[in-house]
Design a protein around this ligand. Structure first.
Ligand SMILES: Cc1ncc(COP(=O)(O)O)c(C=O)c1O
Length: 406
């Protein structure tokens, strides 16, 4: 073979980490006896009013390409939605994407050069850490601290450590709040400090806001939403928000997302969307309009159900049969995961593989989310209490047997 012929993908791709969540799931997918709590998706199908909107759009012949940036009606809807939750936004700041993960890839393609420094707060959904590396950027991480000494164990951000990592040469800060996997949610005060720092050094602030509506322990009434940089930043600042229909509207399989960006990025973004996916499917976008315009009541019920599921799981895991096996489960205030520690555990990947093989229980290994995640396990609680109870029984049985064998 001629020496210049490549024998495989380029080095940046070769060295990407494979998803450890997938590694566990691939071992158990297709097995009807496994209870799957490994992915971030609910055990219910998308609400009927959203499915009906897609069917109606298909029947009306919406089967063609759309504008690169999305159909104007959806962009208008999203601008109005963002203005209800945050500061006023207009259509020139909104682009529709074929999923949240596509929005994150597009922002990396828009802004990152090989060798650029990206800083991310971990534990973190692995895609966020790997995407910048595809562009040849270097990702530095700042770990959240797991605080055990408080009445309730919590994950906390050491803001001074993050500021120190955000050197003047840094190109981008990547933040996901509420966070997958820990549920950690940034405070308004921390946002203000970070925004001021990023302004001073010209650092792009990229917020993954896909869980912003999944927040718990909120007062009754009103539109609930996690603190967002979109509440603070001017329209033309270096702030990008990536969002998705997957979680709050239960549309994981539809692949629909959006991003809010300063208008100066729109032309470049349109070109990149053309060369990535060209556009999101029209009938899916039509369903997106209905999801946003008519979805608040459903969302309110979803949040109430997830909060009850979270409380059930946290309380059960605090009971003696789990505490004595070394389980420590903080109560997350956002997203849809419990990220619990198993004291003494140093190989969460192996533990999760054994849980699938021996107990029929599908969970995600903490090490998939960065070094700070080792020793922990992620459990998606967007499931019925009945399913969660079955999962708990399987976990208890597995842990009891493990103790006997030790
Ligand atoms: C933090 C975070 N961001 C983005 C996404 C992407 O969602 P999607 O690509 O389904 O829109 C996910 C999905 O799990 C996520 O957890």
């Amino acid at each position: 073979m001629h020496p210049s012929f490549s024998t495989g993908p380029r080095a940046a791709v070769e060295s990407l980490g494979a998803s450890r969540i997938r590694e566990v799931a691939n071992a158990g997918m297709g097995r009807a006896d496994v209870l799957p709590f490994w992915f971030g998706e609910p055990d219910q199908v998308t609400p009927a009013f959203i499915r009906d909107a897609a069917k109606a759009a298909l029947d009306a012949g919406d089967t063609f390409y759309t504008h690169n940036l999305g159909v104007p009606a959806l962009r208008e809807t999203l601008a109005a939605y963002s203005s209800r939750l945050h500061r006023a936004a207009d259509i020139n700041q909104i682009a529709v994407t074929s999923s949240g993960v596509s929005a994150l890839m597009l922002v990396a393609q828009l802004l990152l050069n090989p060798g650029d420094r990206v800083v991310a707060v971990t534990p973190l959904w692995p895609n966020l850490l790997e995407i910048p590396k595809i562009l040849g950027a270097e990702v530095a991480t700042v770990g959240l601290d797991f605080k055990l000494e408080l009445a309730q164990p919590v994950w906390e951000l050491d803001i001074a450590r993050l500021l120190a990592a955000l050197t003047p040469k840094t190109k981008m800060l990547l933040l996901n709040s509420p966070n997958n996997p820990t549920g950690w949610t940034i405070t308004r005060a921390q946002q203000q400090i970070l925004l001021a720092h990023c302004r001073q050094h010209g650092i792009w602030l990229v917020a993954d806001d896909v869980y912003e509506r999944l927040v718990y322990d909120q007062p009754a009434g009103g539109l609930h939403c996690a603190p967002s940089f979109l509440d603070l930043a001017e329209a033309d600042e270096r702030v990008v928000s990536a969002n998705s229909f997957s979680k709050a509207w239960m549309m994981t399989g539809w692949r629909l997302g959006w991003m809010q960006v300063p208008p100066m990025l729109m032309d470049g973004l349109g070109k990149l969307i053309e060369y990535n996916t060209s556009c999101a499917p029209g009938f899916v976008q039509r369903a997106g309009i209905v999801a946003i315009e008519q979805g608040e009541e459903n969302l309110r019920q979803t949040v109430a159900r997830y909060q009850a599921a979270r409380d059930f799981l946290v309380e059960q895991l605090a009971s003696p049969r789990f505490r004595e096996a070394g389980i420590i489960a903080p109560r997350p205030h956002g997203a849809m995961y419990l990220f619990f520690r198993v004291e003494g555990e140093t190989d969460s990947l192996n533990l999760c593989k054994r849980l699938v093989a021996e107990a029929g229980l599908g969970l995600a290994p903490g090490s998939a989310f960065g070094a700070e995640g080792e020793g922990a396990i992620r459990w998606c609680f967007a499931h019925s209490i009945d399913k969660l109870q079955q999962g708990l029984d399987r976990l208890a049985h597995f842990l009891a047997q493990r103790q006997v064998l030790q």
